[in-house]
Design a protein around this ligand. Sequence first.
Ligand code: ADP
Ligand code: MG
Length: 399
Amino acid sequence: MLNWIDTRSDDELAAAARDLFAASFPDAPEPAGVWAAPGRVNLIGEHIDYAGGASIPFALEQNTAVAVAPRTDGLLRIASEYDGSVAQASLPLSEVRPGHPSDWSGYVAGTVWAATAADVLTCAGLDIAIVSDVPVGSGLSSSAALECSVAVAAYELCHGKAPDDAARAQLAQACIRAENEVVGASTGGLDQNASLFGQRGKALFLDFATGAVERVPFNIEAQDMVLLIADTNAPHTLSDGQYASRRGIIDAVQSAAGHTIREIPDAVAFAATVNPADAELYRCRVRHVVDETARTLDAATALTSSDLAKFRRLMRESHLSLRDLYEVTTPELDSAFTAAGELGARMTGGGFGGAVIALIPRSAVESTAQAIYDAAASRGFPEPTFLVARPGDGARRLA
Ligand code: ADP
Ligand code: MG
């Protein structure tokens, strides 16, 4: 039996957040509102947000919702229904700093801290209750959904209105800083921009060289195509040094050149000169970044001209590059990629676990999911779970 991931309606999620708020903070007044921010799926452009590249993600219909009430004593109290239980945290905002708190509450506290430090908002404390239907640790960015839901809530409570696109760009920076400096996870900005700028029916073209965010139509349904997500459910962690080691090479090359990879004339040859003892490894890693950036620019053109056949070829090439040059896939991801038929398939997110996506005809959804399931079962991998994803709304107020 195939296992499909649930999507909760906005109303269900808002009610659940309010219920958790009432149960967790019985002494507090009613929440001032409920806000939500989505996870995201990246169609192409992987591991290049920190190298001046480009990505084409869209916001999912899966969201993290926060019921929030302001406080006046500088305290942050946080409750999150997550992983089958309710996690609680409480700390004064004045104690938030780089490296603290570095657990799950750092995504929340760090966002408020960084937005305050950047003068995007002021905050004298919050009570926050969190519920979510974004799969956690699956490469669908539950971390950005958490940061961005808190960011839009704190912004609106301070300013009395929802953030416009200029304010969203500032909030994205605060969320990135929270994840980089407070939690200590290296993230390049793809996730936070997707969660804050997403729009129903639209994909996003994010250009990390210019900071440009463009909303582009994503109506694959007109061609009877859908996007299937297969979460491998294999254990995933980006904080175990693997992500950092990939990023470390790219950062070393960029800092030696004084430019992003995208701006270095022959970046692959240059990379070999940065660390001659490890020249081949440096060449491979940078080759991925250079090629993936070119693929993503091609993919944007293909999407604009509704050339999904080309888009699907580029997705396949992206996976092969992430497997062979960047080496961030796992046996579970490669198994799902092969079982999905390769064309139109690729791993999504940072890798080392997580999900595979497949852009396929609607009529092939069941058979493709079954093939991925069977391949996992035959190799003794965890049972994958599935979702047909459509572009949903970005971070917003629910109630
Ligand atoms: P991804 O963003 O792809 O889901 P990450 O490893 O970047 O994976 O982020 C997952 C981490 O984010 C979790 O281990 C947890 O610390 C935190 N997190 C995400 N969602 C929640 C939530 N609803 N409540 C508490 N913590 C969360
Ligand atoms: Mg994340």
